[in-house]
Design a protein around this ligand. Sequence first.
Ligand SMILES: *Cc1c(COP(=O)(O)O)cnc(C)c1O
Length: 417
Amino acid sequence: MHTYHTPLDLVRSRHVESPVVCVRPDRVAEAGRWFQDNFPGEVLYAVKANPAPWILQALHKAGTRFFDVASIPEIQLVAEHCPDSRMAFLHPVKSRESIRRAYYEFGVRIFALDCEAELAKILEETNHADDVTLVVRLAVSNDGAMFSLAGKFGAPAYEAAELIRTARAHAFELGVSFHVGSQCMQPSAYRSAMLEASRLIAQAGVTVDIVDVGGGFPSIYPGMQPPPMDDYVAAIEDAFEEMMVLENADLWCEPGRALVAEAESVLTRVELRKGDALYLNDGAYGRLFDAAHAKWPFPVRLHRRRSTGPRDESSEQTASFRFFGPTCDSLDAIPGPFELPADIREGDVIEIGMLGAYGTALATDFNGFGTIERVAVEDMPWPSMFEAQPDLAEDDGATVINFARARRRRPRLKRRA
Ligand SMILES: *Cc1c(COP(=O)(O)O)cnc(C)c1O
């Protein structure tokens, strides 16, 4: 992969006929290390957010050794690129073939379920093995999140206690999990979900070995500034203390978005302008699915081939634009609005940022527009949830958390004065 210092260097030095995905390995490494250093438990990367081999390799290099997978192809990817890692098959509805292959071919020992029928499938396809960890997925409120994941999975409260009890009888280790929704803007959502899980565990009257708080950790998008990531960890730590679980119970989390969102952007070329409508060479069937369908507010900036002065020749004035993608489908429309220089024109290149999570992962080849290029860049144009760690000397006293339940104790820096 070719490396440029910045995307503008690329735009000025050559033509960009297809969309160019700019990858920022440093951003993944920084996020991966932050979670390894600050989350007081196990960190599983949710592979669906971005299964690109370079992402898996970067996370692996940053210390990630545990992955949340949902299918055999995801399992194969992790097995290939992160060979010494553990995997948890946390999709609550799995085919019987995939359960069998995961267990016997790939050594997966952790399986999720949210109903008794799925439990029966897991037990039958693993031949009632005595080394299976079962994770019961609970339905919890997704009110704090920008993107609900509550519509499909999770045992409802009126069934959960019974399911936890039944699973306990068959599990080598038993966990409970939930997902508060993606891009969760309220740390207290984790606390509420954990206390609800605790209530259900108490009602079941059994012990659990693992509390898995799922994904949902946020990134920064225009108009969507979440509280600091430290607040999420603090809320989770506090709630874990209050939960009715064994003293040595494990705490897990499964971030997807937060680990990879900052790591990719796309350079897309304006092929035509009609008034406030810009026809681009990337769109809803490429990397802009969420921009089109969820109206997600991704950051944009203009890169122009030639400069005529100390600044870009782009005018100081901006205007609101909407985008159309390259396919012939009228759903390939991204309403925005996006603020860009008012004189934007054919041949200009727009960089759309923060597409590392659910951007490249959702792209298709529809209508012949699947070709992209990938380059590495070294700049950091948008705000990060993981700014450089504070200097120890400047800290108000780095503390080793006294966290009896976390099996692996990690020093945690207090970042707020
Ligand atoms: C999608 C998903 C995740 C990751 O969610 P983010 O909001 O991207 O952090 C984690 N766990 C499960 C089970 C998921 O389905």
